[in-house]
Design a binder for this molecule. Structure first.
Ligand code: UD1
Ligand code: CA
Length: 453
């Protein structure tokens, strides 16, 4: 049966106290709405319709994608009114309603819900709550059949005692929706067109209402303020940490690990505390990551080591390569197998061949460095003249003396050596030594200046 998904995302979210529209607030590095859209896509619907209102333009810009249909709800007159705005675009046999501020809902749960909906049956996702205040209550008859949802503000004291709450997520037969929404009234405590009133209408029309529950109540938890946002974040992170541990990763402390993107992991990976993984990260077998590292859009090959306090962005570490502590690998940094980058070394668009080393305090940008070449402490590739970038090329087994300034474009041939403190402005042939520094002059018997008495 065909499926349309409507995601409600027009609300203001006053309690966030933010210039950013509520649904754009991030959980695990992706906006709440981004998570919902990603989950919606997993259900392969024929259409995804996002109802926007507050901050509409920013939301539209942030999420823009060919498969999303944005529908403007200029005034927020209630959840029923919001869904009604999408009606002209709906044509599927089933319509599923989701919420842009309920980010952790899982595709499996929604599949279970969708399995229940049919031409004569609605499917409602409900949740048993210790404190259901604020939620719509699921009203059942003596036989246990759902007959209505009553909003908290409209509920009688008896109804308020019901602990089964409405998550808001429901699936309905598409053919009936226009008729029900057209009959909604806003004659209620909040003066809104309630989507939830559709339930009683459906029952009156002779349909039945099936219910499903999420495995975990946090799946259907919305974030109205930053405290709830933080709770969802921790929940998400713990779930991510458990998944990684199940795949063979040792996390020194699962409570001090953050995934803000996607990671694929091998076996026997060790991740110390306060590591943040962002974007798409690939970690192969036996990799070790020290404490306080940020690793974004990078690949760590088998047995690679990232030592404490290193920052990687768009980098690749070959088999057995290592970096840090305090290494900064920027986009295009590639370490060949067994290569080594030590403390306070920055790489940008620089490729180190197999076994090459840059142990300390260097900047290597736009550089191609051959196998086993050794870069002395304090070496700088001067790759930028203020307008253009130039390349530094080094062959194999080169030895760059400490504090060399390599003024690009420049090439150092295989087995070339530069003397410490050299400013290298011309190419260095293979097997030769380049000295580019002032000669030392000694002044004997030199008197230091004296302080006046
Ligand atoms: C709604 C449900 C309630 C349920 C609760 C779960 C209704 C009438 N009530 O109540 O039964 O227990 O969710 O959290 O549906 N929105 C729009 N346009 C509008 C109004 C709302 O896009 O005109 C969006 C909001 O941005 C939000 C969602 O719909 O994402 C829910 O709206 P909200 O006002 O928070 O509904 P509740 O009062 O919480
Ligand atoms: Ca709400």
């Amino acid at each position: 049966m065909s499926l349309d998904i409507v995601i409600l995302a027009a609300g203001q979210g006053t309690r966030m106290r933010s210039a950013l529209p509520k649904v754009l607030h991030p959980v695990a590095g992706n906006s709440m709405l981004g998570h919902v859209v990603a989950t919606a896509r997993q259900l392969a619907p024929q259409g995804i319709h996002v109802v926007i209102g507050h901050g509409a333009e920013r939301v539209r810009e942030a999420l823009a994608a060919d498969d999303l249909n944005f529908v403007l709800q200029a005034e927020q007159l209630g959840t029923g009114h919001a869904v009604a705005q999408a009606l002209p675009a709906l044509s599927a046999e089933r319509v599923l309603i989701l919420y842009g501020d309920v980010p952790l809902i899982e595709a499996d749960t929604l599949q279970r819900l969708l399995a229940q909906v049919g031409p004569d049956r609605l499917a409602l996702l409900t949740v048993d709550l210790v404190d259901p205040s604020g939620y719509g209550r699921i009203v059942r008859d003596a036989a246990g059949q759902v007959v209505a949802i009553v909003e908290h503000k409209d509920a009688t004291p008896e109804q308020r005692a019901i602990c089964e709450g409405n998550t808001g997520i429901l699936a309905v037969p598409g053919a009936r929706l226009a008729d029900w929404l057209g009959r909604l009234s806003n004659d209620n405590a909040q003066g809104e067109f309630y989507l939830t009133d559709v339930i009683a209408m459906a029952v009156a029309d002779g349909l039945t209402v099936a219910t499903e529950q999420p495995l975990d109540a946090l799946e259907v938890q919305g974030a109205n303020d930053r405290i709830q946002l933080a709770q969802l974040e921790r929940h998400y992170q713990l779930r991510a940490a458990r998944r990684l541990m199940a795949q063979g990763v040792t996390l020194r402390d699962p409570a001090r690990f953050d995934l803000r993107g996607e990671v694929s992991v091998g076996r026997d990976v060790l991740i110390d505390v306060n590591v943040i993984l962002e974007g798409r990260v690939t970690i192969e077998d036996g990799v070790e990551i020290g404490p306080n590292c940020t690793i974004k859009d990078s690949t760590l090959r088998r047995g690679a080591q990232v030592k404490a306090n290193s920052h990687l962005d768009g980098a690749e570490l070959g088999e057995g390569a290592d970096c840090g502590p305090f290494a900064r690998l920027r986009p295009g940094a590639v370490l060949g197998a067994g290569a080594h980058v030590g403390n306070f070394v920055e790489l940008k668009n620089a490729v180190l061949g197999e076994g090459a080393k840059a142990g300390h305090l260097s900047y290597l940008g736009d550089a191609e460095i051959g196998a086993r070449t050794n870069i002395g402490a304090g070496t700088i590739t001067c790759n930028y003249d203020g307008a253009n970038k130039f390349k530094t090329v080094m062959g194999e087994d080169v030895f760059v003396g400490s504090n060399s300034a390599l003024v690009a474009p420049v090439t150092l041939g295989d087995r070339a050596t530069t003397g410490a403190g050299s400013v290298i402005t011309e190419d260095v042939p293979a097997d030769s030594l380049a000295l580019g520094r002032g000669r030392q002059r000694n002044i004997e018997g030199w008197q230091r200046p004296q302080k006046k008495r």
